[in-house]
Design a binder for this molecule. Structure first.
Ligand code: PEP
Length: 262
């Protein structure tokens, strides 16, 4: 991690927790994270628990994020949640293009691109997920696949992001085969792929803007492997699934990111 970028660790709770769990998890994290400087921490509960978790972390240094949003601000889109609604309930971040949504809900690059533009226009900071599947990895296509996803997601958005891209965008590199498997990428491989992502960002956004964008690693991050991952100069934090559901584990990962960023 370089001293120019502040690490960011986001917990993707996915479709987990009850209302009570969500309150308890946010409560268990609020105080410990208040004492931690040098890292941005984000909790991403399910939509229905955003307000409850948001009330717990209000006025704290912990930010609220959502796991998805629709493209439009409002209208006849039954079952959807708009970026304007997310802002209204206190969200600062939104995860877009998670591999589970790409794979299970058939979200394609074009849709993710439209969501991204809308999220930024509404003042949300998208955490844009990229990552290759196992076959692509084994075929040596990681850089090509991840670069293609990023180009598609950011196509034509240089103007909207402007020189301030570092404050308006977060990218996550999440190899699909590493998500929820207990089998993370090696720190070296993750660092190398994230380095390639940054080179693509330079092409798309220019040198200065690309240097400011934070790029997380995601995929089976735990307290046991976090420090090694964060020691890689290109890795600016983590997107955490399973381990974000245990307050001590999520806190330990945030602490490792803060320590690496100092
Ligand atoms: C994720 O789904 O974004 C993720 C990284 O999950 P896990 O940490 O459980 O691998």
């Amino acid at each position: 991690m370089t001293d120019k970028r502040r690490p960011i660790v986001a917990g993707n709770w996915k479709m987990n927790t009850t209302l009570r769990d969500a309150r308890e998890l946010a409560t268990a994290l609020r105080e410990p994270l208040a004492g931690l400087d040098g890292v941005d921490s984000v909790l991403c509960p399910p939509f229905v628990y955003l307000i409850a978790a948001g009330e717990v972390i209000e006025q704290s240094n912990v930010a609220l994020g959502a796991q998805n949003c629709h493209v439009e601000s409002k209208g006849a889109f039954t079952g959807e949640v708009s970026p304007a609604m997310l802002v209204d309930v206190g969200c600062r971040y939104v995860i877009l293009g998670h591999s589970e949504r790409r794979r299970l809900l058939k979200e394609d690059d074009a849709l993710i691109r439209r969501k991204l533009e809308s999220a930024v226009a509404h003042g949300l900071v998208p955490i844009v997920c990229t990552g290759e599947n196992l076959a692509e990895n084994e075929a040596g296509r990681t850089t090509e696949v991840v670069g293609g996803q990023l180009r598609a997601a950011l196509h034509g958005l240089g103007g909207l992001l402007g020189d301030d891209a570092g404050a308006k965008l977060v990218v996550a590199y999440e190899p699909v085969w590493a998500i929820g498997t207990g089998r993370p990428a090696t720190a070296q491989d993750a660092g190398a792929t994230i380095g390639s992502i940054r080179r693509t960002l330079v092409e798309l956004l220019g040198e200065a803007a690309a240097a400011a964008v934070r790029i997380q690693y995601g995929g089976s991050v735990t307290p046991a492997n976090a420090a090694e991952l964060f020691a890689q100069p290109e890795i600016d934090g983590a997107l955490v699934g399973g381990a974000s559901l245990k307050a001590p584990d999520f806190f330990a990962i945030c602490r490792a990111a803060a320590a690496a960023g100092l």
